[in-house]
Design a protein. Structure first.
Length: 289
């Protein structure tokens, strides 16, 4: 019987070699894996965890009970420490999770006793809870500020067609103008209007709602594009133009962009008869450094 080793060393003596027919008649045992192959292979048996689990999360050390990590079945942590998956250990034998551990303590505190993080860490802990798929923690965080208010804000922004696309357009236009002019800042015109109806001193008491009915031919007479870089609106909600401006500035600021804005007038586009556009025009100043 021929034993094939992991090295598969071939003898240099041709007389010692077996013929192909002899090799086919002989039973060959599976090759023994090399050390390299063995190191790369995953354990065949379920991984066993101690009752008290030492953890290394991105270089930060924690210690907790195995039952705490398995508190909620449908979470990533419960799956990781179910024994069905292999988790590497560091040089000290701690189970390693390749994730920033800054807010992992908040995750453990919720799994242990249901404690929620202070308000200033809610957003960051929410992102970690999403990563670890901890549904109960996500539900609790969404019911407190600032996430509860953010849900209301997003419901309003859901009325804005192409809101995120318009934000990207503001950024791209401002960057292009600043680079072309080699300037520290760039200015652009933005129209923000809540109502689609044109407004003049004559129509203001009557035409102030999106529900005002007009024929298709009349509607086309009022259709136009203001001479601006970006235009937001219309929408139908209690929130007004200043609320949307606040959202725009907030979302740009969250991306590290410094923005100032001021109203510089209205669109004076003449549509028909005594109808004028009168949509407010704002000047946005984006400062890059």
């Amino acid at each position: 019987m021929v034993v094939v080793t992991g090295q598969n060393k071939v003898s240099g003596n041709p007389d010692d070699a077996m013929s192909s027919s002899d090799a086919e008649d002989e039973f060959q045992e599976p090759a023994t894996p090399t050390a390299t192959q063995a190191g790369q292979a995953l354990p065949l048996l379920p991984q066993q965890f101690p009752e008290v689990v030492p953890l290394n999360v991105g270089g930060m050390y924690f210690t907790t009970r195995l039952s705490t990590l398995r508190r909620y079945e449908d979470t990533m942590l419960a799956a990781m420490f179910s024994g069905r998956h292999y988790i590497p250990t560091d040089a000290e034998g701690r189970y390693f999770i390749d994730r920033d551990g800054t807010y992992f303590g908040d995750i453990l505190n919720f799994l242990r006793s249901g404690d929620l993080p202070p308000r200033e860490r809610v957003r960051s802990v929410y992102k970690e809870a999403q990563y670890y798929s901890i549904g109960p923690l996500l539900d609790n965080l969404e019911d407190i500020q600032p996430l509860k208010g953010e849900k209301v804000r997003q419901a309003f922004l859901g009325l804005m067609p192409y809101y995120k696309d318009h934000l990207e357009r503001i950024i791209e236009i401002a960057k292009l103008r600043a680079m072309q002019r080699k300037a520290r800042f760039a200015k652009l015109k933005v129209c923000v209007f809540k109502e689609e109806m044109p407004i003049t001193p004559y129509e203001c008491p009557h035409f102030n709602s999106l529900r005002f009915e007009r024929s298709e031919s009349e509607t086309k007479l009022f259709e136009h594009h203001c001479e601006v870089d970006v235009s937001f609106g219309p929408w139908e909600a209690v929130a007004d133009v200043y609320d949307l401006l606040h959202c725009i500035v907030t979302d740009l600021s969250d991306r590290g962009i410094t923005v100032d804005h001021q109203c510089i007038g209205v669109c004076d586009k003449h549509l028909i008869n005594h109808y004028y556009c009168k949509r407010p025009i704002y000047e946005f100043k984006i400062t890059w450094w």
